[in-house]
Ligand binder design. Structure first.
Ligand code: ASP
Length: 476
């Protein structure tokens, strides 16, 4: 017999079915045991009565929650009064004819039947595979999947984008964030870096003539947790386009999100359509932040107030804790160093750089920055000049020589955006923390209690890499 999922039983009344899954809950009434059987699609009530069941009933009595079982039985409709409106399969149940235990389960450290949000996060993360069995977490994974597939299809089918994977082992460059380094075994003393974003690769793809690129890209930044980003790694819907104005890039991106929300989340309301385009100076003066929450009703979880913020200053004052340069009154890029200054402000680069505005654009949603991007510099001389203004020395400039070299060979005007995938999913799933929409998240202190990473490695492993540990332990 072919296995069916719990939800497929709804229109199979009178038919004999084979079901497999977990015991979600059980009620032993003495003469009858009710089991809620859970599989990837849902939950279904199974009725186990000794007289109906061929074979040994003792395993039914012994069975416990989270055991993996297989049953056969006949689907029957429930009486009017027995209908369970809380279950998708609430109109039917299965009267078991056979019951087989495939695997037993230890008693789980928390109840899977319940919403686990009150449970200690360390414990939930350590047993993530159990937490993911809960309805809420299964739904969160589905929302993430649905959005990912929608974006993929939309960009490739409707807009002619090419999905391209770029390298994970790449080069350390002073692009802004602190990078994760990966020691090279073949080249002692040399390191790869994990990409803080595919920014340089996507610009090189524009030099390559790809014109429309995207990927759902992992980004790695060795920084402390931020509210809108998971520590260590996060995902972006990374996009880059050639021969397009800022307006056209914003239009395309906004059309995609509006269409996605209407198709996947019909219960949500968009406050603005199209999204307003607000001047940076205006929002800073009016709201005191560059990511204002523009909802009419801030308590409505279904209201989505998207907006664009544009006309950012090109530079901000270097902050005290700037990793590369240290404090000072020197210019740091507001977005990143590849962002194009406004033509009309080009003359300010020498005289008053802090006054120059740029082609940066941020997408904000309900008070979160959910994406940023810009029109890029495509003139190697201007790129050099920006490097000078932000105070790069020759060594730092040399780290970007591949980009300047590539720009010698006919680079098209280009620009892009990278909506933050995790935050977007969390808002649409109605979750406060992005960890709730990541299958295996790191804790806030960049540690995974499930795999117990990061972990010490052996002396042999270090020797192969030519590395000696100055502080901390080596695995004995
Ligand atoms: N790479 C940028 C970032 O990670 C986004 C972009 O400019 O497209 O913020």
């Amino acid at each position: 017999m072919k296995r069916v999922y719990t939800t497929q039983t709804i229109d199979k009344v009178g038919e004999k079915v084979l079901l497999k899954g977990w015991i979600h809950s059980r009620r032993d009434m003495g003469k009858v045991v009710f089991v809620d059987l859970r599989d990837k699609e849902g939950i279904l009530q199974v009725v186990l009565i000794p007289s109906e069941l061929g074979g040994d009933y003792s395993m039914v009595e012994k069975s416990r929650v989270e055991w993996v079982i297989e049953i056969t039985g006949v689907v029957q409709s429930r009486g009017e009064k027995q209908i369970n409106p809380n279950l998708d399969t609430g109109t039917v149940e299965v009267l078991a004819e056979s019951f087989r235990v495939i695997n037993e389960s230890a008693t789980p450290p928390f109840e899977i039947d319940k919403n686990t949000s009150d449970i200690n996060e360390e414990l939930r993360t350590k047993y993530r595979y159990l937490d993911l069995r809960t309805e809420r977490m299964r739904n969160n994974l589905k929302v993430r999947h649905d959005i990912m597939h929608y974006v993929r299809n939309y960009l490739t089918e409707k807009e002619g984008f090419r999905e391209i994977q770029t390298s994970i082992l790449t080069k350390s460059t002073p692009e802004g964030a602190r990078e994760y380094l990966v020691p090279s075994r073949k080249h002692h003393g040399k390191f790869f870096a994990l990409p803080q974003s595919p920014q340089q690769y996507k610009q090189l793809l524009m030099v390559a003539g790809v014109e429309r690129y995207f990927q759902i890209a992992p980004c790695f930044r060795d920084e402390d947790a931020r509210a809108d980003r998971s520590p260590g790694e996060f995902y972006q819907i990374d996009m880059e386009m050639s021969f397009m104005t800022q307006d056209e890039i914003l239009n395309l991106t906004e059309k995609m999100f509006i269409s996605m929300i209407k198709d996947l989340f019909p219960e949500k309301k968009l406050t603005f359509e199209p999204f307003p385009r607000l001047d940076y100076d205006y929002v800073m003066e009016k709201y005191g932040t560059d990511k204002p929450d523009l909802r009419n009703d801030k308590n409505d979880p279904n209201e989505l107030a998207f907006a664009w913020v544009i006309n950012f200053p090109l530079f901000v004052r270097q902050s005290e804790d700037d990793f590369f340069h240290g404090a000072g009154d020197t210019c740091a890029p507001s977005h990143h160093m590849f962002t194009m200054p406004k033509e009309e402000d080009m003359h300010l680069l020498d005289s008053d750089p802090f006054k120059a505005r740029s082609y940066q654009h941020d997408m904000v949603l309900n008070g979160w920055e959910v994406g940023g991007g810009s029109i890029r510099i495509h003139d190697p001389k201007l790129q050099q000049k920006i490097f000078d203004i932000i105070g790069f020395d020759d060594e730092q400039k040399k780290q970007f020589s591949h980009l300047l070299e590539a720009f010698k060979y006919g680079v098209p005007p280009h620009g892009g955006i990278a909506p933050g995938f995790d935050r977007l999913v969390s808002i649409l799933a109605g979750e406060k923390s992005i960890r709730e929409v990541i299958a295996f998240p790191l804790m806030g202190d960049t540690r995974d209690p499930l795999m117990e990473s990061p972990s010490e490695v052996s002396k042999n492993q270090l020797d192969e890499l030519g590395i000696e540990i100055k502080t901390g332990k080596i695995k004995s």
